[in-house]
Design a protein around this ligand. Structure first.
Ligand code: HEM
Length: 413
């Protein structure tokens, strides 16, 4: 099905303040772990009208059931060129460009299904087991280095960034020593203040880097996912694009969960004590932190036809912005949602998305966090913030929320 998204739906002047409000993004007041002011809606309004950054009048979904319904319905498309951006993007063209080769998040079936099947088969139990051993080993190494350099550290630079960076490099077969080359490009991709053109340049640079690597893997395969994929019918361009996507998707997401998650636990000492007393709580801790923090948000979709969701009619071409963080605070699904409660059994959260595009790397992310959080708090029983909580710089101009740095300290034995 095809239509012209620039002609579909209602459009208001982007600069006007008339009509429905834009996506709430202001986190300056209140708790740094809560969704922006005004984002969560009264529980009887799971979806409401919203003005996109280009003036298009679409929908904002904040209810858990409505979010699941939209994300699992193939009548809602992920194709970028059909979407109206929920968040302002400097240098935005009239229409978003289609997904670059390999960026499967911006594809629908059947193209998406082809790539997805191929990739799912590569996240094997054997590979995950080996990565678990590596994450244990590497977490210990990072903690050793932090301990030696301490008793103060920026937890983001010392721990939250290096652990996921090494893991995604191991998975793909990317040399860890090259991380300087791709880390800034990945940051640009998620930066809401970066020009659309700059994001395109970052993606191209990332693809070039991956392209060199693909050629090297074809010539001399090693035991990793990228080498594995060279035996498929994917072209070099597709392989480089997929590699770039995995690198980008796996780096900042988990890093921000580790940084912001540590901040949240340090700010909730009763919950941290519960985890310290019972390391078997690690799995539940990870699920509750994923729900409570929902760092990857929002997820936009475009209606390919008229669809009714919870009694509201979404018209063909309208953009529906699913707010995962609001849905994960829906009191009808999670009682007392603003409380971090490690014992609640937070299964069913949408932090990894839902439906056809549900996160491909979620097993790896879970392994990393289940190992990293208990190891950190076991190594530093007196770990605490080194600055007042309101001085922790927040990463609130990025599509992946988190902390820019997390100054911590501890008592030396
Ligand atoms: C805590 C860490 C993570 C979070 C919160 C997260 C979140 C998400 C979300 C919300 C989506 C759905 C996007 C959509 O529906 O449009 C997604 C998709 C995806 N994620 Fe993750 N992710 C994490 C870690 C990872 C890791 C470690 C990898 C790579 C190994 C990864 C690879 C992907 C890929 C490839 C997709 C696209 C899947 C598709 O379109 O079929 N993610 N992730």
């Amino acid at each position: 099905m095809s239509y012209d998204p620039t002609a579909a739906g209602t459009t208001a002047d982007a600069a006007t303040t008339e009509g429905p409000p834009t996506l709430p993004t202001d986190r300056r007041t209140g708790c740094p772990f809560d969704p922006p002011t005004g984002l969560t809606a009264p529980s009887d309004e799971p979806l409401r009208r919203m003005r996109c950054a280009d003036g298009h009048i679409g929908w904002l979904v904040t209810g858990h059931a409505a979010a699941r319904a939209v994300l699992s319905d193939p009548r809602f498309s992920s194709r970028y060129e059909l979407l109206h951006p929920p968040i302002p993007m400097p240098g935005l063209p009239e229409q978003l460009p289609p997904a670059p080769v390999g960026d499967i998040i911006g594809l629908d079936a059947p193209e998406h299904t082809r790539y997805r099947r191929l990739l799912t088969g590569k996240f094997t139990v054997r590979r995950m087991r080996r990565l678990t051993e590596r994450v244990q080993h590497f977490t210990a190494e990072c903690l050793d280095a932090m301990e030696q350099a301490g008793p103060t550290a920026d937890l983001v630079a010392a721990f939250a960034q290096p652990v996921p960076a090494l893991m995604i490099c191991e998975l793909l077969g990317v040399p860890y020593a090259d991380r300087e080359r791709f880390q800034s490009q990945v940051a640009a991709l998620f930066d809401q203040t970066a020009e659309v053109e700059a994001k395109g340049d970052a993606y191209t640079a990332l693809s070039h880097y991956l392209n060199e690597l693909v050629l090297a893997k074809r010539a001399e395969p090693t035991d990793d996912l990228l080498s594995d994929l060279t035996t498929s019918d994917l072209t070099d361009e597709e392989l480089a694009g997929i590699g770039g996507l995995l690198l980008a998707a796996g780096l900042d997401t988990t890093a921000n969960m580790l940084g912001l998650g540590t901040f949240a636990l340090l700010s909730n000492p009763d919950q941290l004590d519960a985890l310290r007393a019972d390391p078997a709580l690690a799995g539940q801790t990870v699920e509750e932190l994923l729900r409570y923090l929902s760092v990857a948000d929002p997820i936009p979709r475009a209606a390919l036809e008229d669809v009714e969701v919870e009694g509201r009619l979404i018209r063909t071409g309208e953009t529906v912005t699913v707010s995962v963080q609001a849905a994960n605070r829906d009191p009808r699904r999670f009682p007392d949602p603003d409380r971090l409660d490690l014992h609640r059994g937070a299964t069913g959260h949408l932090a990894f998305g839902h439906g056809a595009h549900q996160c491909l790397g979620q097993q790896l992310a879970r392994v990393e966090m289940t190992v990293a959080f208990p190891a950190l708090f076991a190594r530093f029983p007196t770990l605490r913030l080194a600055v007042p909580p309101q001085e922790v710089p927040l990463r609130d101009r990025s599509n992946i929320y988190g902390v820019i740095s997390l100054p911590v300290t501890w008592d030396k034995e």
